[in-house]
Design a binder for this molecule. Structure first.
Ligand code: KG4
Ligand code: ZN
Length: 337
């Protein structure tokens, strides 16, 4: 009860997420997604997302409060994703958070979306080890972070130089005529396939950086499939999915483990929508065990975008005694970590 009750609002992409936490305790995690409205376009349409956030905002806040068994009057602070993300989508969340903050007379905390993906793990596994390394992989970002302190010190080690990992999953799923979002479809299809059947390129594998590149892999898969189709041969969807997936998770885990070793860090956290991938989880577990690294992966619902992660980071900032944001907090689509 002495811990602050924080309401968190997330609107950086296509999920309107509202979470309520008290310290490290998750009280509510309400989500309204516009993913079905984007499915027919094969990707998130920013204008559609913004409008959906606007419609979903108040009902989702109400639902979260009901779920948590609290009222607005109980809320001690409002946290909101200030960036990075889609500009128009972020704006809806930031405007709503300001309105709640002003109306309730409670402090406003603008937070970084990537740091929130890290902080959310505390709701499941308790206080984060300091330091830890975080691998964040989703449709919008693929980053390796060194995290001495999630509230005040999160350092970028590397990021994708082109497509995000989830974006590559979505595009390859499209090539294979699987549904959107593609990640879960590829994950499922890959279980019946042989990852060693096709040798797809692993971008930036040995370049000594912590950066990623998935666009060459995506193109290689598309070319491979096209050449089969041109020859009139059937496309072995399961094998392509498995070989593609293996190429992605091989690079992700290799670089994440290297980041831990190089920085003398013994805890790796994986977050973001792609952390739901079963092969990524299995290979990360295997390689962490071999390297003496402890692996933390939140449950899938906390890995994908949600409001609880924003509330979790907000609670951390309140707890650390950091100053709140001012009411002219901007939504910043390319907010640096
Ligand atoms: O974190 P998230 O919900 O939203 C973004 O910030 O992008 O991540 C969504 C991404 C999509 O690209 C989706 O295809 C991918 O996560 N994803 C997966 C799996 N589940 C979701 N990728 C691979 N395997 C999965 N099981
Ligand atoms: Zn995200």
């Amino acid at each position: 009860k002495d811990q602050p009750l924080v309401l968190g609002i997330e609107t950086s992409c296509d999920e309107t997420g509202v979470g309520v936490v008290r310290g490290h305790t998750l009280l509510a995690d309400a989500i309204a997604s516009s993913v079905d409205e984007h499915a027919r376009f094969g990707g998130v349409v920013p204008e559609v997302a913004s409008r959906a956030h606007l419609e979903a905002m108040t009902p989702t806040v109400d639902r979260a409060l009901r779920e948590a068994g609290v009222t607005l009057a109980d809320v001690d602070a409002i946290a909101v994703t200030a960036g990075p993300g889609l500009a128009g989508a972020l704006l809806v969340g930031v405007a709503a958070a300001k309105a709640y903050s002003l109306g309730l007379g409670k402090p406003l905390y603008g937070v970084n979306h990537l740091a929130a993906h890290v902080a959310v793990d505390q709701l499941e596994h308790g206080a984060l080890p300091k330091p830890c390394v975080a691998l964040l992989v989703s449709g919008g970002h693929s980053s390796l972070l060194l995290v001495p302190d999630v509230a005040s010190d999160v350092r970028p080690l590397g990021a994708t130089v082109d497509d995000a990992a989830g974006e590559a999953f979505d595009k390859v799923a499209r090539v294979l005529d699987l549904g959107f979002p593609g990640g879960p479809h590829i994950d499922r299809a890959a279980r019946e396939g042989d990852p060693g059947s096709i040798a797809f390129p692993r971008g930036k594998y040995e370049d000594g950086t912590y950066d990623f590149s998935f666009s060459g892999l995506k193109t290689a898969v598309a070319r491979w499939v096209e050449s089969r189709e041109r020859a009139g041969d059937p496309v072995p969807v399961a094998d392509v999915a498995a070989a593609f997936q293996e190429a992605v998770v091989d690079v992700l885990t290799k670089k994440a483990i290297a980041a831990c070793k190089d920085n003398d860090v013994s805890h790796l956290l994986i977050g973001g929508g792609v952390a739901a991938n079963s092969r990524l989880r299995a290979l990360a577990q295997e390689r962490c065990e071999a390297a003496g690294i402890r692996l933390r992966v939140p449950r899938p619902k906390l890995c994908t975008d949600n409001g609880a992660m924003v509330a979790a980071l907000g609670a951390e900032l309140v707890g650390a005694g950091l100053a709140p944001s001012s009411l002219d907090l901007p939504a910043d689509s390319s907010l640096p970590i």
